[in-house]
Design a protein around this ligand. Structure first.
Ligand code: UDP
Length: 149
């Protein structure tokens, strides 16, 4: 009975992934999308865009006032960003786990940052991807990057 199944289906968990300008510039967008799909998550929306300062100030609001905040916003405006909504049970922590530690030098091999990232000696840590840190952040960030969803 399809009606009953739909009524009982949980709302699919979603996360916001960004392939940051370093990832797009290095031609790693496809490899990063491949890893998300290979893990079994579904790509729900994908958009290549140049984010505005306003979107980035809202996206990174929790970091406002920190020494890396303005350099981070500037870095995020240095080239196109690939914004992705990925879907699947456990996708919020699951993608954080695929991404690896914030510092690519410390990120474990097997992770996106561990396999594909390194320290380039830049002021801002260039670590290829962003992933929402909680379902609440995911919902806020998806509305910001994909207002039509
Ligand atoms: N960042 C940085 N220096 C720091 C901390 C963070 O340049 O000391 C940058 C880095 O690009 C990181 C982003 O700011 O990915 C957001 O920081 P957060 O602590 O939220 O890390 P994430 O959740 O991305 O691993």
């Amino acid at each position: 009975n399809l009606t009953t199944e739909n009524a009982e289906a949980p709302v699919a968990e979603r996360t916001l992934v960004l392939v940051k300008p370093d990832g797009v510039r290095r031609g790693l967008s496809g490899e990063i999308l491949r890893r998300i799909e290979a893990k079994g998550y579904t790509l729900r929306a994908v958009r290549l865009l140049r984010p505005t300062s306003e979107v980035l100030h809202q996206h990174y609001a929790e970091h406002e006032g920190k020494p890396f905040f303005e350099p981070l916003v500037e870095f995020m405006m240095s080239g196109p960003v690939l914004a992705v909504v990925a879907e699947g049970e456990g996708v919020v922590p699951g993608f954080r786990s695929l991404a690896g530690a914030t510092n690519p030098t410390e990120a474990a091999p097997g992770t996106i940052r561990g396999d594909l990232g390194r320290d380039w000696g830049t002021k801002v840590v260039q670590n290829l991807v962003h992933g929402s840190d909680s379902p609440e952040s995911a919902s806020r960030e998806i509305s910001l990057w994909f207002p039509e969803l």
